[in-house]
Design a protein around this ligand. Sequence first.
Ligand SMILES: Nc1nc2c(ncn2[C@@H]2O[C@H](COP(=O)(O)OP(=O)(O)OP(=O)(O)O)[C@@H](O)[C@H]2O)c(=O)[nH]1
Ligand SMILES: [Mg+2]
Length: 469
Amino acid sequence: MLNLRNIGRVFKGCVPLIRPIHISPCVQDDEPLSENVKELLTSDSEYNKLVDHFCHIKTAHRCLVIQPYVKWGPSKLSISPEEQLSEAVALIQTLPSWSVEETLRVPLDSLDRKSLFKSGSMEKIRNMVLKRNDISAIFINSGTLKKATVEILQENFQRPVLDKYKIVMQILKEHATSKHAKLQVALAELYYIQRKSEKELYFKTYSSEALRLMFQSREKKIKEEIKQLRNQRNLLRKRRQKMDYPIIAVVGYTNSGKTSIIKVLTGEKSLQPKNQLFATLDVTVHEGDLPSGLNVLYVDTVGFISDIPANLVECFVATLEDALLADVIIHVEDISSESYDYKRKHVLDTLERLEKQSEGKDILSKVIPVGNKCDLLKEKHFDQDLLLVSAQKGIGLDELKQQLEDFVLFVTGRKKITIRIPTGGEEIRWLYKNATVLNEIPDQEDLQFIFAKVIITQSSLQKFKSYFI
Ligand SMILES: Nc1nc2c(ncn2[C@@H]2O[C@H](COP(=O)(O)OP(=O)(O)OP(=O)(O)O)[C@@H](O)[C@H]2O)c(=O)[nH]1
Ligand SMILES: [Mg+2]
């Protein structure tokens, strides 16, 4: 991974922006849902019955949130049960009108027991739940529970039992606003229903062959729509690249402060950082400038979260494709989190996996680690070599911007140069259009000339030379 501290500060002493830029502050890649996508997602009444049966949670719930954890052995996670529990609470609070009434951490010997809990724990939870009318459902923060396990638990607790898959699915459905996100969610839902209905032989009214055909045709249609959209996105991407703005993608574990950092770097008031998981479910693009006035685009992305089933991960990964093409990737890390190392590893492992899938595209070498929420650090010292910032308290942001600028110039092959050109001539007009002009200083020895300091790409410099020199 590149560390900006290691890149020489070749370009220093910049002056403020002169050139205005014309681009809407937030560019969303997706258009509204077309009629055929709407129809695809809602019209199939047979399929909708399956959704109702397997996925749909009909009411908002007041939850008991249970965090099962394995104390020893290979299933033990390096994220603490406390942090997992607070992630689980945040998941529930992300759903409108849902609430958390009670939380519990329950130790297990293994995750394989059919009833999940040992009889002692089961009894304790059961007694507690049956006395509490305010608890309407139980959320067990663990991937996907087996059908038999859910049945045993529901029988014991006399309440609906929800697993992480169902909750994450519900959040995705509520937060997906763009066409792309909606289609990805529909696909994840399809895979879930497919797996469940195969096991349950749904209502015994459908032959397994009829179900298979229904799923196959739906999967094909959704994938075709996604493919079409991908082509459109590629076009948009190319158009954006043509505009020649350096692109900075901002990635990181959920709730680490990605949106907050973009908000302070761009001054965009409409951005809403939220203390929620998956607050950002669609990739959005925001314009900002670096200390010298060089304009850049920041891409806000979906937060990572651990321990979610593979086909839900695909929903997130798909939205990260833009990030992979950026010139620079900021990895925002919440350094105040106890599970900082675990979260960092989770994000980097996923990026590494994406790098392998993306046919040689360089991802990890473009990553700049940034430690956010340093205002919450109890000790002043932090032994990882990364830039400490606080989006909330405005700490370290000038340095971040400066480092970003050095990095962007370095990786995009832009140069900061001073050119002597005629005062008020065609040259300066051309430069304002095709480069970032930092300042113009009259040549005191011959006032018919100026020294223009500019940031310019290699290709624009070649063009400039061929037109004017
Ligand atoms: N104390 C402190 N809180 C911060 C800081 N930066 C962000 N936060 C808070 O952290 C929470 C999450 O911030 P967001 O910017 O929404 O985080 P995100 O990474 O975009 O989250 P997702 O989009 O859900 O993945 C919000 O409540 C912010 O106010 C910081 O520097 N210090
Ligand atoms: Mg966000």
